[in-house]
Design a protein around this ligand. Structure first.
Ligand SMILES: Cc1ncc(COP(=O)(O)O)c(C=O)c1O
Length: 481
């Protein structure tokens, strides 16, 4: 299903219409994509800011990439990642293998920083996207803070050297006990439901400041599973419950120092960000002690050739302006937080697999690889597209293949993909594997999770060993029955 609505007028009435479209679409089948489109003009200057793109066209307030950013570089007939030949990485560490490039992470971080340089902006890396401690340390060294959603992520962040005040903890449906553990660690607490807010106030009063996660009732995001700010979402406290929140805050003397929202991932339209921001600004009248506003994330990066992506410079310019105007009205300069995952790491990561078998059936040619949904679940879970390159045969004839995993379910990575001719033993590279790749990996079918390698300044570092039988059985308790 694909909907567009020109000139998204940001009114509640229209929103309700969109909601009912969304529900109807959901009833009819899996929802592929729903976006509300606004208009925008072509902007050459912006295209020049994206060196990895051959050219960009402007459509509906966001950009269309005509070529994928170069996660792999073809040098003298062989593919490299950050200067290290892919073949060499596979020989050294074996496959399946996740490889991340710090140069891409840093470039994305700087892009975001620059886009929002007109405000007191803090970027907190959403480590759920990629949770290797070395990646966390890298983001700390370039100046990022950390966005966490579990006490375990908080502990990892502290181990990685983040100061507690640079960590925000935004759990969802966790127990008060877990929140108390986070309070002990001194991190910024972000609460997303009234029950916990009440318990929190009862226990801590004004002694521990707290951020409140708002649900602005904005439908945004690439698919229903990653849309978090709409009326049917479990996330946040509804904007219509602010009177209730105010009562609790007054009664328990709670000090609310921040407001937060995250409307979803893969948001294209600049107007959606602005509309949601306006809603949050309106709500601030209930909170006189604010020190920051956290706009979450949702910036979309390109996954496929000709894909759209958030025009970060346009969002930066417009949101900074409206944020600064808001601060003037509010009477204080607040900090502006973002917590991107995908934007910072998606394009930094490549997942390398080996072709086990080519299987020709009556209908298709399957390429079976030494991995599956246990290692990269996004294609099966979200119907996500990951571009695939046959790195072993850069100049071969293009042929059509369906790439599948070795799991005992239908775990198709990509249907009818054009790849240069594939042979058994070839190495395939999945692009955009930095975000929600390894961090969503499992041991399903009792498979080992892959190794992870970080490429930094032309050198490769093993940052996670491939698992072994000992790892698989470590916590199993063998009993005599
Ligand atoms: C609260 C919150 N913040 C940040 C993120 C990161 O989103 P993205 O990876 O799209 O940048 C998520 C993603 O689920 C989230 O739930």
């Amino acid at each position: 299903m694909f909907f567009t609505a020109e000139s998204f007028a940001a009114s509640y009435i229209l929103q309700r219409v969109y909601f009912s479209c969304f529900r109807r679409a959901r009833k009819k089948g899996p929802l592929r994509f729903l976006h509300f489109n606004s208009c925008g003009g072509y902007n050459n200057q912006q295209a020049a800011l994206s060196p990895n793109l051959i050219s960009c066209s402007r459509y509906g307030g966001y950009f269309c990439a005509l070529q994928l950013p170069a996660m792999l570089q073809l040098q003298n007939g062989q593919y490299e990642i950050g200067g290290v030949p892919v073949q060499q990485l596979c020989e050294k560490y074996d496959t399946p293998l996740y490889v991340y490039n710090t140069a891409t992470m840093e470039a994305q971080y700087n892009k975001l920083k620059n886009a929002f340089s007109g405000a007191n902006t803090k970027i907190k890396f959403a480590c759920k996207a990629l949770n290797n401690i070395n990646v966390l340390k890298f983001f700390r060294t370039i100046g990022a803070g950390l966005d966490t959603v579990s006490i375990q992520e908080v502990w990892t962040g502290l181990r990685a050297g983040f100061k507690p005040e640079d960590i925000i903890y935004t759990p969802n449906c966790v127990s008060m006990e877990e929140i108390e553990l986070a309070v002990k660690e001194g991190v910024q607490i972000n609460i997303d439901n009234i029950s916990i807010l009440e318990q929190f106030g009862h226990k801590y009063g004004s002694s521990i400041p707290v951020c409140v996660r708002i649900n602005p009732h904005v439908m945004a995001g690439g698919n229903i599973n990653i849309s978090t700010g709409h009326i049917d979402s479990k996330f946040g406290i509804s904007i219509y419950q602010m009177r209730h929140v105010e009562r609790i805050i007054k009664a328990e003397k709670i000090r609310v120092n921040g407001l937060h929202m995250h409307t979803g991932s893969d948001i294209l339209d600049v107007d959606v960000f602005l509309r949601a921001a306006d809603i949050l600004f309106e709500v601030t009248e209930h909170f006189p002690d604010l020190e920051f506003i956290d706009f979450g994330s949702g910036f979309k990066v390109p996954y496929k050739p000709d894909d759209y992506y958030t025009d970060i410079d346009e969002v930066g310019a417009k949101l900074t302006e409206s944020f600064n105007n808001f601060c003037k009205k509010y009477g204080r300069d607040l900090a502006l937080y973002f917590e991107p995952g995908k934007f910072l790491v998606s394009q930094s990561g490549t997942f390398l697999v080996k072709v086990n078998v080519i299987k020709q059936t009556t209908a298709t040619v399957f390429v079976g690889v030494d991995s599956g949904m246990n290692h990269l679940i996004r294609p099966m879970f979200y119907n996500s597209y990951h571009h695939i390159t046959n790195v072993s045969n850069p100049t071969g004839t293009q042929r059509i293949y369906t790439i599948v995993g070795y799991i005992c379910e239908t775990d198709t990575f990509g249907w009818d993909r054009k790849l240069s001719e594939v042979g058994e033993g070839d190495i395939l590279a999945f692009h955009n594997a930095g975000a929600y790749g390894f961090s969503m990996a499992s041991n399903y079918n009792s498979r080992f999770r892959p190794a992870e390698v970080l490429v930094h300044k032309g050198k490769d570092y093993l940052i996670r060993k491939r698992e072994t039988m000992e790892d698989l059985l470590r916590n199993q308790v063998e009993v005599e029955l």
